[in-house]
Each structure stands twice: as structure tokens, then as C-alpha cells.
Design a protein around this ligand. Sequence first.
Ligand code: NAD
Length: 275
Amino acid sequence: MHLTGARVLITGAGSGLGRRMALEAAGLGAELVVWDLNALAGERVAEEIRTLGGRASAQAVDVTDSGAVSSAAEEAGAVDVLINNAGVVTGKRLLEASEAQIRRTFEVNALALYWTTRAFLPGMLERGRGKVVTIASAAGLIGVAKQTDYSASKWAAMGFAESLRAELRKDRAPVSTLVVAPYYIDTGMFDGVRTKWPLVLPILQERDVARRVVDAIERDRLQLVMPPFLRVQPIGRMLPVVAWDWLADLLGVNDTMDEFTGRQAVEHQERTPQP
Ligand SMILES: NC(=O)c1ccc[n+]([C@@H]2O[C@H](COP(=O)([O-])OP(=O)(O)OC[C@H]3O[C@@H](n4cnc5c(N)ncnc54)[C@H](O)[C@@H]3O)[C@@H](O)[C@H]2O)c1
């Protein structure tokens, strides 16, 4: 789908990858609707786009609140592309994370996909045009230590995206999907993570990932896995578990989070839209 003249809504676009994708899409002539829990951050991104000569508006929305999502969607109006990008990580061992943190991870990374997509899909079907993008994660392909909640929520996101595509295909609906599974990105979300083999599993650059996603939207690709090495994952899945464990140890994937201290210390703040 060409982005020139398209209306693109990105959740969690107040920072990181969401902000960068918004800037890239605006650069191609799309009109942006910036959603973020943090009102100030969202407004800043919309302002940044307008300063650069683009078109953008912002709305403070907690995507876990289905009622708030449907009212904000009504206010936003029709969109051609919905990018489900908002995400959170706990980065704690199973016994260290609080119940509230675990619930929050699933609410934002998995359940919210239902509320936003259900809000915008009817309009896309009615207008005979649309694309739903799911920003999942490599953690949705490979389970990693200290990520039981994050990884499981991203597996759910991958499953959501795949089932949605199957449903739309079966109904011959005029709406397409794209699912994105990147390894770690330098946005700060996973501050302190390490990679053992940077040549095959590099820490990705935010700008590069954003460009690749926007390009995949324009080329109507269905799936984007980054870096390409991660495409070996289905082979790993077919191996006996001990062989998979051996490969994971060789790649050091379970050690990546050793020095990661987690991002949900401000859990309460995340629940309340910031001024
Ligand atoms: N950073 C990585 O290493 C990495 C790797 C793979 C996938 N991802 C995924 O990419 C996406 C973007 O991550 P990022 O690195 O840019 O993170 P980030 O923390 O920089 O940005 C996430 C944004 O989502 C917003 N947000 C959080 N909860 C929200 C809610 N309930 N409602 C609305 N907005 C909310 C935050 O305010 C923030 O602006 C996430 O889905 C993440 O899981 C990130």
C-alpha cells in the first residue's frame, strides 16, 4: 500500500520505534495519527512532524482500555494503516515479577491488539482498503530467560496476526496484514542487553527497523523478520529440545538479559496518561 496520502495510526508512537516509523511514514507523505499513553510525548511527535512540513495529530490513549480505544477511534476517523506498536517489558524472572506487572505485559502486548483492530477494521472493510501491522518480536519466535511474560505475550501477538490474516484471507477481505519480528532494537526499551554474536544477531538500529517496516508496508509484504539469521528459527523448532537448548546456549540468547533491570518500575505512571 502506498503511503503517500494514506492515513496511518501508530500506537505507542510517542517514543522509540513508533516515533521513528511515524517520521518515516510522514516523510513519504502519509498523514499520521499518533497514539500514546503519554500525552506529552505523543503531542511532541505530532509537532515534530508538523514542523517538518508533514500532517499529524495526537491523542492520549491507553490501548488497554477498550472503551477509551473505541471513543478515540471514533474521534480519529478512518485510517488506512493501523500499526499496533505499543509494548512494554518487565524483564524479571517469573518469581520476581508482580502479578500486576505480568497482567500489564499481556494487556498491552497482546489484548490491546484486539481492542485497536476491532475499532478500525470495520471502517477498513467498509472502504475496501486497509492494512493492520503487528509489531511482535523475535521473543515471539524464541522463548528467552527473564522473558516469560514478554515472550509469551509476543507469541500471542504472532498468533493474533497469523489468525487475523487467515480470517481476512478466508473472507477475501480487502484488508492485508504485516507481522514484524525484530531482535533487540537500540530504543532503550531493553537498555543493557548484550548480544554474543553481533554479526549474526546484531542489536538493530531504530531508524533501520523503522525504514524496513515502512518499506514492507509499501511493498505489501506479509512478514518481516530481523535480522535475516532469525529465519533459522523454524528449523530450531523442529529439532529435539536438547538440540535447541544447545543452539540457544551457543548463540547466548538466554544470557542477553543478564544485565537488564527492567522497565516497569514506573508501572503506576504507565497506567495514567501523563500531562
Ligand atoms: N526495543 C526492542 O528491543 C524491541 C525488540 C522487538 C520488538 N519490540 C517491540 O517494538 C515496539 C516498540 O518498542 P520500543 O522499543 O519503541 O519501546 P518504547 O518503550 O521506546 O516505546 C513504547 C511506547 O509505547 C507507549 N505505551 C506503553 N504502554 C502503552 C499503552 N497502554 N497505551 C498506549 N501507549 C503505550 C509508551 O508510552 C512508549 O511511548 C514494542 O511493541 C516492543 O515490544 C521492541
